[in-house]
Design a binder for this molecule. Structure first.
Ligand code: FE2
Ligand code: FE2
Length: 456
């Protein structure tokens, strides 16, 4: 990428006009802020940060046989693979600790986007220190606490396993959505720089028909460019542009509606990490981190949907059409990675496409197997993958264990995606999704998850 210094004459003049002219802001339905304020105050009657749990877990280490997640939630065939079935309780405990650490590492790397985007959206869309401004402000502070906590847990697990894999990784808003071609993954740059590409995007935003041109380019130049552009629009572009442009382009809406898709990804996993607590010996600190985080994220989820929708509706019609297309493509990428069963993820990986659950599987196994507790085991991960690829896999999800959890997660995703799809009027591209759209629709129709789910 070209890094030569750039000049933005039009930007300079815009910035000056914003300072001189009175700031505009988007009017929110006061019911929204009243509800959020009430929820927030109720939640903060007692201090409820997660850091103290992260500190305690960081000091305690992985001890005994207590587990850090439901084994059926781990993205590999724990009940079908002979090698995995042969693991001791202690080894399973370590494996779940690695899964927990890597799951929340991905979450933290997505949540770090909120630190920039929440504040930019608040500043450019609302009156400073108004209730709506403060909702986004407070969430930023909560995400800082979450990231701190997750990093402290990860560092402990990395220390105990002697893994050198860093905490930093590409998150949702850099394109880790559903499934990502390995080449795109390799070219993700987690360090932002104001490149010529950014200057080109900013120029298009100021041209008549510019949004349509940009959209066509995003479709033509491929997934990597699309997510780079989207990442710029929901972050630094929002900071650079004056408030009236951010509002008429609906960039705050684009941020919160894509954040909604990320909230769904988080919740479909996080809500089931510690299912049936009465049946399992869950590690209490890990369990409480999960419960505390779920609590905060339930509010963030509401914010993404309600405020995101309002900011989207305040945008001009061409911008609304632009946002709809970007949200649709993000949702479809997500469906393409999540509505797969494990052997399909394995196959995608062999063809150079990384699905998120498989990425997590790989990270978890690599980390666990560098722990000394695994030193006596035959632990070549590639051999494991090829043995799994040779296994017979049923074309259905049974209504128990991992099959039931997948059914629940798929149903949750499709129900939530229907909310956003109907609210802004998105039609999926049937040709792009193929049989995965059938799975999406079939699971929506399923009322009771007491039967095997036949895969379309
Ligand atoms: Fe969070
Ligand atoms: Fe959040």
């Amino acid at each position: 990428m070209n890094n030569k210094p750039l000049d933005y004459p039009f930007l300079r003049s815009k910035v000056v006009t914003t300072v001189i002219s009175a700031k505009t802001s988007v009017a929110l339905d006061s019911k929204l802020t009243a509800i959020q304020n009430r929820l927030f105050e109720r939640a903060h009657v007692e201090p409820m940060e997660l850091k103290f749990l992260g500190i305690a877990l960081g000091k305690q280490g992985i001890v005994g046989d207590a587990i850090y997640a439901n084994p059926s939630m781990m993205p590999f065939p724990i009940q079908r693979c002979e090698y995995l079935k042969s693991l001791s309780n202690r080894q399973i405990a370590i494996l779940t600790a690695c899964f927990f650490a890597n799951f929340y590492k991905t979450v933290a790397n997505s949540e770090s986007q909120a630190l920039v985007s929440n504040m930019a959206a608040a500043e450019k869309s609302f009156e400073p220190y108004s209730d709506e401004y403060m909702i986004l402000h407070q969430e930023t502070s909560e995400e800082m606490d979450h990231i701190w906590t997750f990093r402290s847990v990860y560092n402990m697990v990395a220390r105990e396993t002697r893994s050198e894999e860093p905490f930093e990784a590409p998150g949702f808003f850099l394109g880790m959505v559903g499934s990502i071609p390995q080449d795109d993954y390799n070219s993700v740059d987690t360090q932002f720089r104001l490149s010529e590409e950014c200057s080109h995007i900013l120029e298009l935003l100021h041209k008549p028909e510019g949004l349509q041109i940009l959209l066509d380019e995003m479709k033509k130049k491929g997934r990597g460019f699309r997510y780079r552009t989207q990442h710029f629009l929901i972050g630094d572009a929002m900071r650079l542009l004056p408030a009236e442009d951010v509002q008429s382009l609906g960039l705050g809406g684009l941020w919160l509606l894509t954040r909604f898709a990320a909230n769904v990804e988080l919740k479909q996993g996080e809500s089931y990490l510690f299912v049936d607590p009465e049946k399992f010996n869950y590690e209490p600190l890990a369990y409480n981190i999960n419960q505390g985080h779920l609590h905060d994220e339930a509010r963030h989820y509401t914010t993404s949907f309600d405020i995101g929708l309002t900011l989207y509706q305040a945008a001009r019609p061409e911008a609304q059409a632009f946002i709809r297309e970007l949200v649709r493509m993000t949702m479809e990428d997500y469906i393409k990675g999540q509505f797969l069963v494990f052997p399909e993820m394995l196959e995608a990986y062999s063809k150079g496409c990384l699905t998120l659950p498989f990425y997590l599987c790989k990270q978890t196994l690599e980390m666990a197997m560098s722990h000394q507790e695994f030193s006596d085991k035959l632990n070549n991960i590639d051999d494991l993958f090829s043995s799994w690829a040779q296994m017979e896999w049923p074309k259905k999800l049974p209504p128990f264990d991992a099959g039931l959890l997948t059914q629940k997660r798929w149903r949750y995703i499709s129900q939530q995606y229907e909310r956003i799809r109907q609210a802004i009027g998105i039609e999926y591209d049937v040709a792009n999704l193929g049989n995965l759209l059938h799975r999406y629709k079939d699971i929506l129709k399923q009322e009771n998850l007491t039967e095997a789910f036949i895969l379309a």
